[in-house]
Design a protein around this ligand. Structure first.
Ligand code: ADP
Length: 237
C-alpha cells in the first residue's frame, strides 16, 4: 500500500453566493494515474486551483506528502512538487526550445548543469531534436510536449495534466499518452483532466467524475463507463 501524495478533505469553494465546489474528499496515491472527468462547469478547474494554491478553499484542507499545505502559497507548492501543465501553452516565442526550459530551471539552484538537465527534460518528452530551434516554429503537438517538459522542470511528485491532448490527432494523442505513461513509470503521480474520453479511460487506473461541484462517481475506467449516474450527466439518460 502506498500512502497518499495528495489528500483533500472537505474542500468547498464558492464564488459569491454560487457554490462551485464541494464538499469534496479525494486522495491521490503516490505514483497513481487518476483521471478527472465531468461536463463543463462541474468544478474540475476550481478543484485543481485549490490543489495548486491559486484558489483558497472556503473550507477544508489540502495535504501533500503528509503535510498540511492549506496555507502554502502556489510557488511554494510548485517547489514542493505539485506541477501543472496548462491547456494552452505560452512559450517565450523569441527563445529557443531549450532556452524556454532554462527559465524554470533558473529556480533550481541544485541543478548545476542547466543545459544538460534541459536536454534531458526535452528527451523525456521526445523533443530533444528541436532543442535549438525557435519555439515559435513548434507544431501544436510539439508545443504540448514543451509545456509538459516545462512542468517537469521542478521534478514534480504530482503532475496535473490539464487537457494536454485537446485538438491533437489520434496518433498524437497516443504519443502524449506514451510520454505520460513513461513519466508515471518513473514515479510521478499524474492527474489527467481531459474531455477526450477514450484517452483518459485508457490512461487512468482510477477515474472520478464531477458534476455541479460534487464528486458523483469513482471507480475503474470500466466501472465509470458503465455507471448510470455518469451516463445521466453526459447523455441526460
Ligand atoms: P470545469 O473546470 O469543470 O469546467 P470550473 O471549475 O471552471 O468547472 O467552474 C465551476 C463553476 O464555477 C462554473 O459554474 C463556473 O462558471 C464557476 N466559476 C469558476 N470560476 C469562477 C470565478 N472566478 N467567478 C465566478 N464563478 C466561477
Amino acid at each position: 500500500m502506498t500512502s497518499p501524495a495528495l489528500s483533500l478533505r472537505g474542500i468547498e469553494k464558492s464564488f459569491g453566493v454560487f457554490k462551485a465546489l464541494g464538499p469534496v474528499d479525494l486522495d491521490l496515491m503516490q505514483g497513481e494515474r487518476l483521471g478527472i472527468i465531468g461536463p463543463n462547469g462541474a468544478g474540475k478547474t476550481t478543484l485543481i486551483n485549490c490543489i495548486t494554491g491559486v484558489l483558497r478553499p472556503d473550507q477544508g484542507s489540502v495535504q501533500f506528502m503528509g503535510k498540511d499545505i492549506s496555507n502554502v502559497p502556489p510557488f511554494e507548492r510548485a517547489r514542493m512538487g505539485i506541477s501543472r501543465s496548462f491547456q494552452i501553452p505560452r512559450p517565450f516565442i523569441g527563445m529557443s526550445v531549450l532556452e524556454n526550459l532554462l527559465v524554470p530551471l533558473d529556480y533550481k539552484p541544485a541543478v548545476h548543469n542547466k543545459e544538460a538537465r534541459a536536454l534531458q527534460l526535452l528527451e523525456s518528452v521526445n523533443l530533444h531534436q528541436r532543442a535549438y530551434d525557435p519555439s515559435g516554429d513548434l507544431s501544436q503537438l510539439e508545443l504540448r510536449k514543451l509545456e509538459l517538459a516545462r512542468a517537469l522542470a521542478s521534478d514534480p511528485k504530482v503532475l496535473i495534466a490539464d487537457e494536454a491532448m485537446a485538438g491533437l490527432s489520434d496518433t498524437e494523442i497516443d504519443e502524449v499518452l506514451d510520454i505520460l505513461m513513461r513519466l508515471n513509470a518513473s514515479g510521478v503521480a499524474i492527474i489527467m483532466i481531459e474531455h477526450i474520453m477514450h484517452a483518459v479511460m485508457r490512461f487512468s487506473q482510477r477515474v472520478v467524475c464531477f458534476d455541479t461541484g460534487l464528486l458523483i462517481a469513482a471507480g475503474t475506467a470500466d466501472e465509470i463507463a458503465n455507471n448510470t449516474t455518469v451516463q445521466k450527466v453526459y447523455f441526460g439518460e
